[in-house]
Design a protein around this ligand. Sequence first.
Ligand SMILES: [Zn+2]
Length: 275
Amino acid sequence: MPPQSGPTTRTQTTAGQWLRCEGCGEILYRKTLETNFLVCPRCGHHFRITPDRYIAVLLDDGRLEELDANLAAADPLEFPKYREKLKEAREKTGRTDAFAYGRAAMAQIPIVFGIQDFGFIGGSMGSVVGEKVARAVRLARTERRPLVIVSSSGGARMYEGIFSLMQMAKTSAELGLLRRAAVPFISVPVDPCTAGVMASYASLGDIIISEPGALLGFAGARVIESTIGGKLPEGFQRAEFLLKHGLIDKVVTRRDLKDTITALLNVLWPEEKRG
Ligand SMILES: [Zn+2]
C-alpha cells in the first residue's frame, strides 16, 4: 500500500519510490508512473521529463545522432557567478549547455530533432542554445529534413545579456529561410516554455503542439496583472487556453505525441519529398 498522503505538504518526493502528483495529490509509485510516460493515471497530470526521456519516447530506437555536443558558452560579460552556474549545470545534466540537436528518425521519416534541457539553468537561451537552434534549422534546410524541436525554457539567459537577446532574431531569421525552402517545422513547446524562447522559435512552428496543462507564455501572470491592473482569466497561459485562442494548434497527451507528429509529417512531408 502507498503511504498516506499528508494533507498540506507540497513535497513531491516521499521515499524516492513514491511521488506526490501535483495535479491531484495522489501518491504514485514511481515505476508505475514511468511505464505511463510520467503521466498521472488518476488525473492525467503531465510531470516534467528530461530530454533523454523525450528522446526515448519520440525518436526511432530512442536514437539522436547528436551534433556539436561540446559547444560551450564563453562568459562574454564576465557576469558574476556565471562560470560557477555553468559548471554546476554541466555536472548536474552531463551536457555542456541547454540544447541538443542532430539527425534522427520518427516512424522511419528522417528528421532533424532538437531538444531543450530545462534542468540546465532553466533551459535558458544564451549564445550556445541560439547557435545550436540556428544550426539545427540550417541542417534541416540543407538536407531537406523536417525539423522537430521540443522546447522548455524560462527565456533568454540573463548572464549573457544582449548576446542572449540577439539569438531571438538569429533563430527567427533562420526559420524564415526554412519556411522559404518549404521544409516543415513542428514546434513542441512543453511545460514550462516562456519569454524569449516562446517569443521566438517556439512560436514559429508551421504546427505548434503542446501537452496538457503546459505553461506557455511571455511575461509571468503576476507581471501582467500588475501592468494591466486587473485579474487574468482562469487557466491563462495554459496550453488548453492558448489552443482555444488560436496560439497553438493542438494539445496531445505524451502517449500520443509521437503518433501525432508522425501523422502530420506523413501529410506535410510525403515519401516523394524525402531524400
Ligand atoms: Zn494526479
